[in-house]
Design a protein around this ligand. Sequence first.
Ligand SMILES: Cc1cc2nc3c(=O)[nH]c(=O)nc-3n(C[C@H](O)[C@H](O)[C@H](O)COP(=O)(O)O)c2cc1C
Length: 367
Amino acid sequence: MSKLLATTFTGLRFENPFLLASAPPTESESNIMRAFDAGWGGVVTKTIGLHPVANVAGPKTKFLRAEPDSPHLSMQKRPGTALHSSWNWELISDKTLDWWIPRLGRIKNAHPSKMLIASIMAGSGSDEELRHWQTLAKACQDEGCDGIELNLSCPHMDRKDMGSNIGKDPELLSVVTMAVKEVARVPVWAKLTPSTTDIVVEAKGAFLAGANAITSSNTFPSLPLVDPNTLEFEMNVDGLVSPGGLGGPAILPLSLAKMAQMTQAFPDKAFSGIGGIADFPTALNYFLLGCGTVQVCTAAMLDSAVGPNVIKRLTSGMTETMEKRGWTSLDDFRGLLRNRVVAHSAIRRPDAGAYHGGYEAEGYAAT
Ligand SMILES: Cc1cc2nc3c(=O)[nH]c(=O)nc-3n(C[C@H](O)[C@H](O)[C@H](O)COP(=O)(O)O)c2cc1C
């Protein structure tokens, strides 16, 4: 284990701060085993629920690609294109807790030094459903999982008391977090949706309820584009589509803006960054804003399903950067740029006196 890359996050010792996010790369025992063999410091399992789910009758994920010399964006595969984003309407794991239980134990036994975080989800409309969260959390920790991540952020839920609909409701997300904290012996991370007006409000709800960390972002609600020739959405079932989630390079700057808001509001709290990470320079953005770990989905999906080359790029890039700068641990650069994100009024202008914050110069309001 490289001492340079090792880090402690929410009390857990990671051999490196890079995790596979809850998504197809972590949907099976064999994927997770391969991911650990490839060098990932941890994984968050595909979200586990109590009840079976049925996905749509068609592809669950596709990739939107851009061309260098034209504004054309399309999911059609064509040479010379660059990845813009992933789009998905995949639900949580189609395997229930019973399927996962023995596998979680086997994975942990095979890789005791790797961090295995179980992502869980249930409804939250009644006391009984809150107990489902507790059942899931207890079962996963009893199998040796090192932490629990609460999926408060899945963007395609029909129910008003599930997924991102919980993440949009600070009271409900506090109730769910408290219910899990009541039974948890391991750290609990709350994965929030970016789809709210002021994510600091939801982060506060999670922390007040005892969350040990915030994970952000899940995918951003979005639609696939329409093919101008067929007038059909590029992804549809029987011509119909429902909002799905955008991931990959396109959400990196969006997710960073959300993260900056939270790390500034809670500089002493723990954050796991996600969104558009594919190499160390992209991950570095999150560390410099104050994140203690980062997670990857889209880039890993496109690299032999579990990202063997992505994790190599991440660890070698981090090692080279740290050696070059003389940093001896992540703590040497975590949060270094957190306070560089300021109000517009704090940005220097050629003539400072000419700026009145959008008010009349003779103004009724102080700048
Ligand atoms: C096909 C697909 C399935 C996903 N499933 C889950 C899930 O079950 N639970 C969850 O918390 N996030 C899920 N996510 C969201 C990812 O964990 C991650 O937050 C998001 O893709 C942004 O990261 P990226 O830009 O690296 O893709 C899924 C994403 C994709 C593309």
